[in-house]
Design a protein around this ligand. Structure first.
Ligand code: ATP
Ligand code: MG
Length: 552
């Protein structure tokens, strides 16, 4: 399907890509009709979604299957009065009904709000009131459905509740039964314009309350780069991105770009997940391409990989957090695969990455891509020189680049704070080397100011990670009368070191501090060190430094 949107679909080099990559955005683009149904017509049997679960069930859906099921779902939604511009929340974990529903809602020109099953009554009320949600399609588990039922009296806009079972509370629709009864689907005349809002995603909540990010109907085309030129997917690829459907990362890795590329999306629908499960899935299903946040790889490199046949796996990508070079090196040693890093946000598509033509520099995110005009700006407003820290910004003068969000819903103040005067501010700090590679320093709020120095947490964390005692760690700044802030390390120890932390804690701390002083500039070493059993994380697996900072 790439040929429908790109003049040139293959590139010889990074320079060729930067110069000649161009997406032709059709008028009134609709991913459901222009990609899913188009595949169903062109190659009906083409594999689209390989769905598996923890009970050993497995279903291979073709594009014709997805077209048929999404048509039935759309017709059912129409019968409930859902149409253009209506807000519908999906709390569907990794059930295959998520794919039927999101495609169905695109067909109707409605706005999809994917959300996590961890929402409580209060979160549901907040979201329903914020967005004026008309219907919720939810996983029929007792916790999810009872939170929604409890929220119902305070959500006046909610008209319809739909469950995929097994629990179908009184007054709810049974998704699976209803779509079978649905009348043949009649496509609405003008479901959408390019500028209409198709998708609302909540950010990960790493720094505070999740923000509601609104994307328009052209957003899927922004993910052509994500799937074809970062995940490096082709028509015979079987791709797994680890992400709950409630987070933006799900459409980065489980839907848009992958289906434009014609790849088969692998899904594992589970109740409880351990990183080692990934190895079983690669071994059992022959996954060829895998994307996950660094935390997953930090645990995978501690497994005995020789017990698994990973020979089908050819390409691995990481994003969401910075990748410590030691993890890169270890994964390369164990599998022969170079981890290709990417950087982006819920608010954007992929903005900086190690594209297939680039040799990775361990610890660097890679280079800028052709779609966003990236720059680094110093705290005093200058363009950063090579080697100098600056906030990553995107120039938007006169036009909103493909893939950049439209706004934070109903929050013009926050939108204006992030996007003003032709500049979108990512809130992330990086530096660029003389080859044009970008190196992540930290989020603006996480950068530590100590005795006049600016210290990025990532560099110190990466130094710590090279000590065998450290499995995971987070660097934060703690207030200090003399220095302003001092560097504090919060560390999860490897099992072999836990007893030492009890018997000889001070000596272990000294050893780790000295290790950092030898590995990076000595002034960056953590003056405060604490050991913990685990780090506070978002459910998408990101370290919440803000929580460590706030802990007294
Ligand atoms: P919130 O905005 O609610 O605090 P969040 O920023 O974590 O949460 P996301 O949009 O999921 O929500 O994540 C985007 C952020 O993840 C980026 O702004 C950046 O801080 C971080 N990130 C993503 N990729 C990388 C990477 N390769 N290296 C370092 N950081 C990354
Ligand atoms: Mg953010």
């Amino acid at each position: 399907m790439l040929d429908r949107f790109l003049d040139k679909t293959e590139f010889e080099s990074y320079e060729d890509f930067m110069e000649n990559f161009h997406v032709n955005v059709p008028e009134n683009f609709n991913f459901a009709y222009d990609v899913v149904d188009a595949w169903a017509e062109r190659e009906p049997d083409k594999p689209a979604l390989l769905w598996t679960n923890d009970k050993g069930e497995k279903i291979q859906f073709s594009f014709a299957d997805i077209k048929r099921e999404s048509d039935k779902t759309a017709s059912f939604f129409q019968s409930l009065g859902i149409g253009k511009g209506d807000m519908v929340m999906l709390i569907l974990k990794r059930h295959y009904q998520f794919w039927f529903s999101i495609i169905a809602l695109h067909k109707l020109g409605a706005t999809v709000i994917p959300a996590t099953h961890l929402l409580t009554k209060k979160d549901i009320i907040y979201r329903c009131r914020m967005a004026g949600i008309k219907a919720i399609v939810a996983s029929g588990d007792p916790v999810v459905t009872s939170h929604i039922n409890d929220a119902l009296p305070e959500c006046p806009s909610l008209h319809a509740l739909i469950s995929t079972g097994p629990v179908i509370p009184e007054g709810w629709y049974d998704f699976n039964k209803e779509i079978e009864k649905a009348k043949p689907f009649v496509r609405p005349e003008n479901p959408n314009a390019n500028d209409d809002v198709s998708l609302l995603y909540f950010t990960s909540g790493t720094t505070g309350e999740p923000k509601m990010v609104a994307h328009d109907f052209t957003y899927p085309l922004g993910h052509i780069i994500t799937a074809s030129f970062w995940h490096n997917l082709h028509e015979d690829s079987l791709h797994l991105t680890l992400a709950d459907t409630g987070w933006g990362k799900a459409v980065w890795g489980k839907l848009y770009g992958q289906w434009i590329a014609g790849a088969n999306v692998f899904v594992y629908d589970f109740e409880k997940f351990e990183p080692v499960d990934v190895l079983h899935m690669i071994h059992n299903y022959g996954i060829t391409s895998f994307c996950a946040p660094p935390t997953v790889f930090r645990f995978l490199i501690r497994e005995d990989l020789s017990k698994f046949d990973l020979s089908t796996l050819k390409y691995c990508t990481i994003a969401g957090e910075a990748l410590n070079p030691s993890v890169y090196e270890e994964w390369l040693k164990l599998t022969g695969i170079k981890l290709m890093e990417g950087f982006g946000q819920t608010e954007t598509t992929l903005t900086i990455a190690t594209y297939p033509w680039l040799e990775p520099k361990p610890g660097s995110m890679g280079k800028k891509g052709p779609e966003y005009e990236i720059d680094l700006v110093t705290p005093d407003g200058r363009q950063a020189e090579d080697g100098e820290h600056g906030e990553i910004i995107i120039h938007t003068d006169g036009h909103r680049p493909l893939g950049l969000f439209k706004e934070y819903l109903h929050d013009p103040e926050l939108t204006l704070k992030a996007h003003h005067d032709g500049i979108y501010q990512t809130g992330d700090v990086a530096w660029r080397d003389e080859d044009g590679y970008y190196w992540f320093v930290g989020r603006k709020d996480d950068v530590i100011k100590s005795s006049g120095y600016r210290i990025g947490p990532f560099e110190v964390e990466s130094a710590l990670m090279t000590h065998p005692a450290v499995v995971e760690c987070a660097i934060t700044g703690v207030p200090d009368e003399i220095r302003g802030q001092v560097v504090k390390a919060t560390i999860v120890l490897a099992p072999d070191y836990r007893q030492r932390a009890v018997d000889d804690k001070e000596a272990l701390i000294k050893e780790i501090q000295n290790h950092v002083k030898r590995t990076t500039a000595p002034y960056k070493y953590p003056r405060v060190v604490e050991f913990v059993d685990e780090l506070p994380k978002t459910i998408s697996g990101k370290i919440r430094r803000v929580e460590i900072r706030d802990k007294k």
